[in-house]
Design a binder for this molecule. Structure first.
Ligand SMILES: Nc1ncnc2c1ncn2[C@@H]1O[C@H](COP(=O)(O)OP(=O)(O)OP(=O)(O)O)[C@@H](O)[C@H]1O
Ligand SMILES: [Mg+2]
Length: 206
């Protein structure tokens, strides 16, 4: 979308809790609606809020959002494997919020983790194909964890890093209530490290 996320691309937005990831996703639904398109919202953690969406865009028709609510990583695999059956030219964007909350609940041995990563890769490949076939943006959110060696790190490892052709980090700005910072961590044609500050408001992100 011209004033939003690029088409044919998976963009990953990651950050700590309450940094604005879901708000950004809801705002993308609103932008999609404004150009006459529907959105697909895969909500893995009960984040989707019609109230917040209507706050962001009071004109929003909630029927224009197709919400999927997988409750396990297996459900998520099924939803994302069959997603193309739901996509047509009326769909303006796809959101997965978050890509990793159900994945992160699965522990397991090294072999089991390798299998999970393979499944995650398959889901991302599918999303990437849909983004390219239908010329639409796909936005996935990701969480962070604290690693003793590497500090604050996004989840999902190299699989998620590889498939996300654009990665944006969101952070709170200490002592500035409601203010956040977005930094480009990876981009196809923009400088890594570029950033902007934004505010969380009734109308979403400004
Ligand atoms: N109307 C509003 N005006 C200003 N700020 C708001 C409004 N509604 C929600 N917020 C703020 O937005 C933040 C939550 O944003 P959001 O849900 O997008 O975060 P998130 O990164 O998705 O968090 P999580 O990791 O918990 O899913 C909270 O700090 C909340 O106070
Ligand atoms: Mg959220």
């Amino acid at each position: 979308m011209s004033d939003g996320f690029p088409e044919k691309t998976i963009t990953q937005v990651y950050g700590d809790f309450a940094t604005g990831k879901t708000t950004l996703c809801l705002q993308l639904c609103s932008q999609s609606f404004k150009i006459g398109k529907k959105s697909i919202y895969v909500d893995t953690e009960g984040s989707f809020s019609p109230e917040r969406l209507l706050q962001i865009n009071p004109e929003m028709d909630l029927k224009k959002i197709l919400v999927f609510e997988p409750y396990s990583f297996e459900d998520q695999c099924e939803v994302l494997e069959k997603l193309e059956e739901t996509v047509d030219d009326e769909i303006g964007c796809i959101i997965v919020d978050s890509m990793v909350s159900l994945y992160r609940l699965k522990g397991g041995t090294y072999d089991e983790k390798r299998d999970l990563n393979r499944l995650l890769g398959k889901q991302l490949l599918n999303l990437s194909k849909i983004a390219r076939n239908y010329n639409i943006p796909v936005v996935i959110t990701n969480q962070i964890y604290e690693d003793f060696d590497n500090g604050i790190t996004p989840l999902g490892g190299s699989v998620l890093r590889y498939w996300s052709k654009i990665i944006i980090k969101l952070e709170k700005i200490p002592e500035k209530i409601g203010q956040r910072k977005a930094t480009l961590v990876k981009h196809k044609y923009k400088k890594e490290g570029d950033f902007c500050e934004f505010l969380l408001t009734d109308a979403g992100i400004i």
